[in-house]
Write a protein that binds this ligand. Sequence first.
Ligand SMILES: [Zn+2]
Length: 431
Amino acid sequence: MPRPEVMDRTAGFLKKSLETMPHAKRLDYLNRKLKAVVQHAYKHSTAFKNKMESVGLKPKDIQTMKDLEKIPITKKADLVELQKRNPPFGGFEAVPIETLRRIYVSPGPILEPGEAEYEDLGWAQAMYAAGFRPGDIVINTFSYHMVPFGMQMVDNSLRQAGCIVVPTGVGNTEQQVNIMKSLRVNGYCGTPSFLLNLAEKAEEMGFDCLKDLNLQVAFVAAEMLPESLRFKLEEKFGMMIRQSYGTADIGCLGYECREKNGMHIPDDRIVEIVDPMTGKQLPPGKTGEIVSTTFNKIYPLIRFGTGDLSYLTDSPCPCGRTSPRLAKILGRVDQVTKVRGLFVHPGQADEVASKHPEIRKYRVVVTRKEHKDEMTFQVELKEEVSQPEKLKSEIEQSIRDVMKVRGEIQFVSKGAIPEGAKKIEDRRTWE
Ligand SMILES: [Zn+2]
């Protein structure tokens, strides 16, 4: 096979008919898949049947994605608890155990039934969108032990994308650099920080990442990817780096395309953004918990709460994919505070602070006065500024833009915000 050394890696689709479905067709497609998986899970998964019965639901009550709101959300902690009570899988599996190929173990501990034939396309779509093409030689530096991600998900998805895998796993940086050089490896799967480790090791070994190595594309996950790090690594290797998001339980829930404007939701998946308090679905633009439903017949998790926060965007993407996108991951549900009816979370506060280089340290304090929430943004400055009032109103504007809620700025003296202070401190009492 000719090696894809020089080619346009930004064009095309892995499954064009799925990835470019018009909105109405997509809804219809997902509703049909949902009905089928609900029927299947009700029949074969005792845990799902119990979940439905606990709220008086029958499969016929779930006809559309909107109906999902009626089904209670399953959280990771519930999964751990149910697995303890009803080992090994808590009754969420929908096939006899003897038909499984592998059993994976994730932190928790949570046991995951591994399919005999991996058919899920989510991560493979992510890889294609990241620029991986058939014939690429790829190092998979995710761990192959215990957890399903490296072996079941990434390794199989690379095969679906037509790539050749070198299953290097994590660690052994010097050996990995030598492998990259001798095999002219052009793809990388792993965390962003491990790619940085490899770059540093290669340089220490006297190589020029751009000239001596041949990396062209990277699929990164399992860690936040700061833009500064992406830029640094893309420059160093002369490559394209795209990130994905997902969970070990369900698989890929979002992936970046060439446009880097959020993460497309894979097509064989339902992703809801819900109010963490009520479980009700939120419209695009509103921040809430990411809750997902898979159509996997072996392990049909329906309404699985990830505990991560994001919001959806459904503006058209120039890449041609029509699925809605998750904006970046904004933090964890347990860090969220509600101020005047709106969710406020540390990720937003970080964003505000990042717009103003004068800020050395900050914390958000939420209080309550005469039955009204008040939000104060305490700020330590790097040094005194000549026009503090001007800066104050600029930061207040950023708060309105990013957090959608009004906040007051209070400049405090250096050291007033203790080391390790919570980014959002809720001082409200509810007597
Ligand atoms: Zn796109």
